[in-house]
Design a protein. Structure first.
Length: 521
């Protein structure tokens, strides 16, 4: 692979005109510059890094990792998921370098699938991408609301001390308040968002090292290295006994965490020299997340001494394993868990920043998709204000994410099924343009400054096969016997989205949607 300039007749950088390379390429693709191009490569990286947010993903699904396989599955499964995620990211980065637009994935599918398939390919990719992004925002901000619920419980005495456990209605109110703040922040000019994005990246990075060092140090009892690196937890209430089955279910924690790096692609129309810096943002955010995420996992797991108790709903944190780890570590040393609650506060801020950046990415995707007329009332969502911010798309994204969270009031099972689109649905959107690049556009694809050279097709195929693999794995039952309360609704949710998208295409969209629409000659 390499960062090399293409010697093609349609030069990617208009040096004579003195244009930024990203702006020049955007003009070549048929779009005028409407958003303010003010982000550096660091800012672009920061948005993806803060959405991946290892403090968010690992904290949210640590219960899953501990239940299915435990320390061994988490420690080694993290690198398995990380390796294949990097291959997906490399393939996306190569395409991003050639097509640096806010439309990102759906635009790539249109350009790579050929004239006959372009409208349908971009329609499918776009809707999987945007619904997946809305689901990510929903799950992230709802996770923060639930963590606030646990923090209040622990601060008021815990499960055993008569602590206050907020009702599901209070939790949804927390969720709505968090989304409201995110909408307000995302209505600010891009220079402010750039500042918050870099602050978010720094907070995530430093927070990991504070927590991974402090937690095992203050814990009165620590796990051995043998436990952390070799203990496999096969005990679960799910009725699953196959070790291989348990291990692959444990991968969900890692794969859920390593999601959202398409933000670097969606921010390219606001990034300087985006044909180079967009790919850098994708690759660096994944690579650094793999390293710091593993460090965080090790630090926390060295403070784990009683797996059944941590997973029990009778613990002080009401079954929230990682919160109980922090709480017990400080309580065992100092007689109270205040330090653990402060650690949870650090995580809460990281999750808050994750949700903030997710709304930013959502709004840019909605802006680009509506610019091409793919969404209802498109003319409204692709407008920008005087600060060159797609403000209507911001508030639309927040509103939809709030509506998606309302399913939690009826059933947490239904809510988790809907949120499963955040992982599987989003990765399907990642895989579609890569699939077109290695099949229909195998010979016609013209690489940008960043490219994988002769390895592009091989890496692309491995990336596509990995997405197929995790789609199958995460659609498998997670508990036996299978009942309405234990059924894995992931295939239902993702299949439902597929049916809705395809049916809307044949019923209506095929008559008027022609794919990306240029707005300059």
């Amino acid at each position: 692979m390499g960062w090399e300039k293409e010697s093609n007749d349609s030069a990617r950088i208009d040096i004579k005109a003195g244009l930024d390379s990203g702006t020049a390429r955007l003009n070549e693709l048929g779009y005028k510059q409407e958003l303010k191009r003010d982000l550096s490569v660091l800012s672009n990286f920061a948005f993806s890094f803060s959405i991946i947010s290892v403090l968010t993903g690992i904290t949210t699904l640590y219960n899953t990792g501990l239940t299915f396989g435990g320390p061994l599955a988490m420690t080694y499964g993290w690198f398995i998921a990380g390796f294949f995620t990097m291959l997906v990211g490399l393939s996306m980065a190569e395409i991003c370098s050639s097509y640096p637009t806010s439309g990102g994935l759906y635009y790539w599918s249109a350009r790579l699938s050929g004239m006959d398939w372009a409208p349908f390919a971009s329609w499918m990719t776009g809707w999987f991408n945007i619904v997946g992004q809305w689901a990510v925002t929903t799950s992230v901000d709802f996770s923060l609301a639930q963590l606030i619920q646990v923090i209040i419980l622990l601060a008021t005495g815990g499960n055993h001390g008569g602590g206050y456990l907020a009702s599901k209605y209070v939790v949804i109110a927390f969720h709505g308040g968090i989304l409201l703040i995110h909408a307000i922040i995302n209505s600010l000019p891009i220079t402010w968002l750039s500042f918050f994005g870099q602050l978010a990246a720094a907070w995530n990075f430093l927070g990991v090292f504070v927590l991974m060092i402090v937690t095992p140090v203050v814990a009165a009892e620590r796990a051995s290295a043998k436990f952390v690196f070799t203990h496999f937890n096969a005990e679960n209430d799910a009725g699953i006994h196959s070790k291989l089955y348990i291990f692959v279910l444990g991968l969900l924690m890692s794969q859920y965490t390593l999601t959202g790096y398409d933000a670097s692609a969606h921010m390219t129309e606001e990034t300087k020299n985006a044909d180079v810096n967009g790919p850098k943002g994708i690759i660096s955010s994944i690579g650094i997340s793999i390293v710091v995420g593993w460090a965080y996992l090790l630090g926390i797991t060295f403070a784990v001494t009683n797996v059944p108790y941590l997973l029990s709903k009778d613990n002080d944190a009401g079954g929230y394993a990682i919160a109980e780890v922090f709480y017990l570590a400080f309580k065992s040393r100092y007689g109270h868990g205040l330090g653990g609650i402060l650690c949870l506060g650090i995580i809460s801020v990281a999750i808050f920043f994750c949700g903030m950046s997710s709304v930013t990415s959502n709004s840019r995707m909605a802006y680009a998709f509506s610019r091409d007329g793919a969404m209802p009332f498109s003319s409204l969502w692709h407008k920008v204000n005087k600060q060159e911010v797609p403000i209507n798309a911001v508030w639309l994204s927040v509103f939809i994410s709030f509506c998606m969270a309302l399913t939690s009031l009826g059933s947490l099972v239904a809510f988790q099924a809907m949120v499963s689109i955040a992982t599987i649905g989003l990765y399907i959107a990642y895989a579609l343009p890569i699939f077109f690049r290695v099949t229909l556009a195998r010979k016609s694809f013209v690489p940008g400054p960043f490219n994988l050279r002769r390895y592009g097709v091989l890496v692309g195929w491995i990336a596509v096969l990995w997405v197929v693999t995790i789609t199958v794995l995460f659609s498998l039952p997670v508990a036996y016997p299978i009942t309405k309360d234990t059924l894995n609704y992931t295939p239902v949710a993702v299949g439902g989205l597929f049916i809705l998208t395809v049916s809307s295409w044949f019923i209506s969209a095929r008559h008027w949607f022609t794919g990306p629409v240029t707005n300059i000659d």
